[in-house]
Design a protein. Structure first.
Length: 147
């Protein structure tokens, strides 16, 4: 297993919900030895399985917390905002719930960080809003600073 796992969570067919996968697509253009890059649709149990065996994990997902679209915010399991911040999972057991359960079970990797990208539009079939598209580039810079 690699030291680092970066997971872009979301659905590229739902507007700004595709922010996480867009970050992964952009990071794949770089040489990042020792870093595994994955996209994931956000179902919590399989997300927990995906990070098993990795020491350091970064999860990138669209969020809705009332900030201006394109705002980047880092979270850890200890300061993840309340329910509804990462609301675009098709299941009730998504990213936030996976982190909470893994913490209770003692199944979190050594280091886990969530990079939330404030979304604007989540319509089916739409692409990223201009604000979120610009934030994807900034997110890649923020993430690579951590390696």
């Amino acid at each position: 297993m690699t030291e680092w796992l970066v997971v872009g969570v979301g659905d590229p067919l739902r507007g700004d919900d595709g922010a996480g996968p867009a970050v992964i697509e952009r990071l794949r253009r770089r040489s990042l030895p020792g870093v595994r890059l994955e996209t994931h649709w956000g179902e919590g149990a399989s997300l927990m399985a995906l990070w098993q065996g990795h020491r350091r994990v970064i999860l990138v997902d669209a969020m809705v917390c009332g900030a201006p679209p394109g705002t980047l915010r880092w979270f850890g399991p200890e300061n993840l905002p309340g329910s509804g911040t990462f609301p675009w999972s098709t299941h009730r057991f998504g990213l936030a719930e996976a982190l909470q359960l893994a913490a209770v079970l003692g199944a979190l990797p050594e280091e886990v960080r969530v990079l939330g990208i404030e979304g604007k539009a989540f319509q089916t079939g739409g692409g990223l809003s201009p604000e979120v598209a610009r934030a994807v580039a900034r997110a890649c810079v923020e993430i690579t600073k951590r390696f």
